[in-house]
Every structure is written in structure tokens, then in C-alpha cells.
Design a protein around this ligand. Structure first.
Ligand SMILES: [Zn+2]
Length: 212
């Protein structure tokens, strides 16, 4: 029994440490994923060429229109506006000089591509400049506003540190892995705890025998 629990803890540790390729052990190593992982598809497209010679400085989180978008960590809303390329977007400032950007949020009325949805179909009610948001809080919905009109609906997600854009992909992978591990723990571990038997006293004897 004890060994099986240890094995599970080891499994969780493995999941948590697998994408250990994020650059630093910083505040953002434990951000939450900004959308439902199961409803999202994404690849590492950092630096890919875009129109006008621009390079892609984010990760596109492809999902159905109106998929909920969540704040990746506690913070304050510093930008909420509409831009020709970015469409309707949102920036949240976090501790340590970090910012998260959520671009191309929804601008369509339900079942249309009319680009004229009211802002309450773009941003969650509590979202406004200066508002405090909590990690994991709903802040808006996936859309195709700005220059995403021609491609599938998605959130163009960016991370900035001290005003410099960094590749968010490793952070997203780590957040995804942490959530997967938590799901495994939630589903499997309680079953062991509930049906668990007292530890075998024989094991203790064995250990003592070794250490003497
Ligand atoms: Zn993008």
C-alpha cells in the first residue's frame, strides 16, 4: 500500500518535472493554463513569419469561439482595448515584471461572424482597467477579432517580462502538465486513501533490520 502511494507521488513528480525546459524558476513557472486544456490545440510557433515581415511573438491557443479564457495568475488589468491587428484584447500585469496578453477575443454575436458583439460577449463582467483579477478567474472568451478573422478562432497568448516578449510555449506546456498531474492525483489517489489498509508492520521491521 505504502509503496503504491509512493509510486503515485513519484508519478505526479514526473509529470510536474517533465517540461522543465522553461528558462527560469520564476513566478511564472506555476501559472495556470489560460483555457480549458482539453478544448485547446496549440504548437510552438515562436518566431514564425507573419504578414508585413513580423515574427510571431506568442502562442496561438486554437479553440471554439466563446471558449472561456482565464487569467494565468493574480494581477491587475492594465490594457483593455481594440486594435486593428490584435482586435479586442486584454493585458494583465503580475508581480515580478510579468504581463500576460490575451489577443483576438470574441467580437461576434452568437452564431454569426458579424464583428459587432457587445463588449459583454468579449470580456467577463469584472474586467476593466485597474481591476484586480485572480489566478484562474474568467476574463473573457475566445474569438477571431482583429487579423484573426481569416483564420480559426483562437487566443493569441503572450508573456512579457520587463516589457520584453518571451516564448510562452514552455510555460504553457508546464501549466498543462501540472494540470494533468493534478487530475491524475484527484482521480486516483482518493481511491487509495479511502480503501487503504494500515501499513504492513513487516515493512518497518525490514527497514530496521537494514539500518541496524
Ligand atoms: Zn498569434
Amino acid at each position: 500500500m505504502f509503496r503504491r502511494v509512493l509510486a503515485l507521488v513519484g508519478l505526479a513528480a514526473l509529470f510536474l518535472s517533465l517540461p522543465a525546459f522553461a528558462q527560469d524558476d520564476d513566478l511564472f513557472s506555476d501559472m495556470v493554463f489560460p483555457q480549458d486544456v482539453e478544448a485547446t490545440e496549440y504548437v510552438d510557433s515562436w518566431g514564425s513569419l507573419r504578414s508585413g515581415g513580423r515574427s510571431h511573438e506568442g502562442t496561438d491557443l486554437m479553440a471554439e469561439k466563446m471558449t472561456p479564457v482565464f487569467a494565468v495568475d493574480d494581477g491587475v488589468v492594465t490594457i483593455q482595448q481594440t486594435h486593428a491587428l490584435a482586435g479586442r484584447y486584454l493585458v494583465i500585469e503580475h508581480e515580478g515584471g510579468w504581463e500576460s496578453w490575451y489577443v483576438h477575443l470574441n467580437n461576434d454575436n452568437e452564431g454569426t461572424d458579424d464583428g459587432s458583439a457587445p463588449m459583454d460577449l468579449t470580456y467577463a463582467e469584472a474586467v476593466e482597467i485597474g481591476a484586480t483579477v485572480k489566478r484562474g478567474e474568467l476574463v473573457g472568451w475566445v474569438g477571431d477579432s482583429g487579423n484573426a478573422e481569416g483564420s480559426g478562432s483562437h487566443t493569441h497568448f503572450e508573456l512579457h517580462i520587463d516589457g520584453v516578449s518571451v516564448n510562452p510555449y514552455p510555460y504553457l506546456r508546464r501549466a498543462e502538465a501540472a494540470e494533468t498531474a493534478l487530475t491524475v492525483m484527484d482521480e486516483v489517489l482518493p481511491a487509495f486513501v479511502i480503501t487503504g489498509e494500515p501499513a504492513d508492520p513487516g515493512v518497518n521491521t525490514e527497514i530496521q533490520g537494514v539500518t541496524e
